[in-house]
Design a protein around this ligand. Structure first.
Ligand code: IPM
Ligand code: MN
Length: 353
């Protein structure tokens, strides 16, 4: 029996998670998978009501699950950072989910803003380091609020943290078995400490343990350029937390938008968490217009991670069918269907196979 913790979260989170769970039920029905859901009300509303973001003992409790399925975090009445740091990053860090795996895949029938590129050109994976870099919260103010104020935000890169992320990328690339190329995305020409460590570790580990995998390097600015100009050049990109955050929003756009972009926060030895990568989009909340495919794809990634490849494949096939034959657009309010109808279409597609 798989134990799944569900955190629908804020804004459109609950609506899209509801559709993801619909599809999960269909996939389980088709494959005989057994699972048990436990819902948690963590998020902005709970914080406004109780002053608590992540209650004492919550992390410990979540460690007992096979996996976590998360909707979205972010509430217009809560100051920026409270929920992001106190919930999303607290979970990523607290559960040591050291890889953020974000596939950039253009499905058939999906519009991309990149002219003359199709599904055969846009199909790569970003392995984003997820527990270090600029995200650790290390830093501080000096003379805050004065004209002589100094604000320092430190990028923390440990050999161990960098190495485990790189190894994950190499292993993933080997398993993926496509162009067998890992591209390190960095900024060695300016961040001469942080990316010196990344680059040395990249080549040392690659040469010693992954001679079958080709190693390439690209500065982050050039990576952005090539993601637009020649996305087909990429197979697996590995990068630090901040650059990974930025390039995966660009990636989401070239794969058809936030309506389809999914990701996994992975601790290969612990509890991982899957989520649509878009935000809580409060202006669309409760309207039934948001695209649930990102949450549904996150559910597919979750199944794959749990070793339920057959169920994951059913979800993937159904999503492809829906994008290529049904949806007019992936954008909110322009799909030609409501949120729930898209969930129904995918669930039916799963059951029919
Ligand atoms: C993401 C988000 C988060 C991040 C925010 C909400 C803290 O943008 O998952 O990419 O920066 O990691
Ligand atoms: Mn982001």
């Amino acid at each position: 029996m798989l134990k799944i913790a569900v955190i629908p979260g804020d804004g459109i989170g609950p609506e899209v998670i509801c559709e993801g769970l619909k599809v999960l039920a269909a996939a389980a029905g088709a494959t005989g998978l057994n699972y048990e859901l436990t819902h948690y009300d963590f998020g902005g509303d709970r914080y406004l009501a109780t002053g608590e973001v992540l209650p004492d003992g919550a992390l410990e409790e979540l460690r007992g699950f096979d996996v976590i399925y998360l909707g979205a975090v972010g509430h217009p009445e809560v100051p920026p950072g409270v929920l992001e740091r106190g919930l999303l990053l607290a979970l990523r860090f607290g559960l040591d989910q050291y890889v953020n795996l974000r596939p950039i895949k253009l499905y058939p029938g999906v519009w991309t803003p990149i002219k003359d590129k199709g599904p055969e050109d846009i199909d790569f994976v970003v392995v984003r380091e997820n527990t270090e870099g600029l995200y650790t919260g290390s830093g501080g103010f000096v003379r805050r609020g004065t004209p002589d104020e100094i604000a320092v935000q430190e990028s923390v890169n440990t050999r161990k943290g960098v190495e485990r992320c790189l190894r994950y990328a190499f292993e993933y690339c080997r398993k993926r078995d496509r162009a067998k190329t890992v591209t390190l995305c960095g900024k060695t020409n300016v961040l001469t400490y942080a990316f010196d460590l990344w680059e040395r570790a990249f080549h040392e580990i690659g040469a010693a343990d992954y001679p079958d995998i080709k190693r390439e390097y690209a500065h982050v600015d050039a990576t952005c350029m090539w993601m637009v100009k020649n996305p087909e050049w990429f197979d697996v990109i590995v990068t630090d937390n901040m650059f990974g955050d930025i390039i995966t929003d660009l990636g989401a756009m070239i794969q058809g938008g936030m309506g389809i972009a999914a990701g996994g926060n992975i601790n290969p030895e612990g509890t991982s968490m899957f989520e649509p990568i878009g935000g809580s989009a409060p202006k669309y909340a409760g309207k039934g217009v948001i695209n649930p495919l990102a949450a549904i794809c996150a559910c597919g990634m979750m199944l794959e991670h749990l070793g339920e490849s057959e169920a994951a494949q059913l979800v993937e096939n159904a999503v492809v069918e829906v994008t290529s034959t049904k949806l007019k657009s992936l954008a909110a309010g322009q799909m030609g269907y409501s949120t729930a109808e898209v969930g129904d279409l995918v669930a039916e597609g799963v059951a029919r196979q």
